[in-house]
Write a protein that binds this ligand. Sequence first.
Ligand code: ADP
Length: 170
Amino acid sequence: MIEVHVGDITRLHVDVIVNAANQHLAGGGGVDGAIHRAAGPRLLEACREIGGCPVGEVRATPAFSIPVKRIYHTVGPVWRGGNLGEPELLASCYRQCLALARRENMRSIAFPAISCGVYDYPPELAVEIAVEEVQAHFDRDTQPQTVIFCCFDEAMAELYRQQLDAYVRR
Ligand code: ADP
């Protein structure tokens, strides 16, 4: 099941929330800042112990004060025009998060619009990749069974809805 939700990802009742982190796992602005604020300072300590995460990969931590089971920190690509592997790296973020959720037996996972904030990825292109990767997951697997695209605003949610409709009509 795929859902589109508008609101703050830290408030969702799911097993996993995905953080659009940076390579240093150092916390920051945007969704990363919101997750660190809600989880509390122990999250930064856990991230420091891990040390960092390459672009396109994922690292997991506990969620501390956020009432979910896990936080998956993935590092999206910075948009530099699209010819530097950005689409493949963004797809890899979604793929690796879904694969890890499956290995950890997580039933539900919520993604923010990875790279669509300060990393400047064109939202239409990012949403296409996100939907493609999640659909590909459901072609192969049944777990995690619920995937939520959590958007901060209605305009982004509308992009996901359009893309999901387009996918169903293909
Ligand atoms: P990136 O560095 O990967 O671009 P950002 O955090 O700057 O990550 O932005 C990613 C997306 O997350 C943007 O669409 C932004 O509007 C959205 N966002 C910001 N805060 C939250 C939040 N609390 N919950 C869900 N989405 C959020």
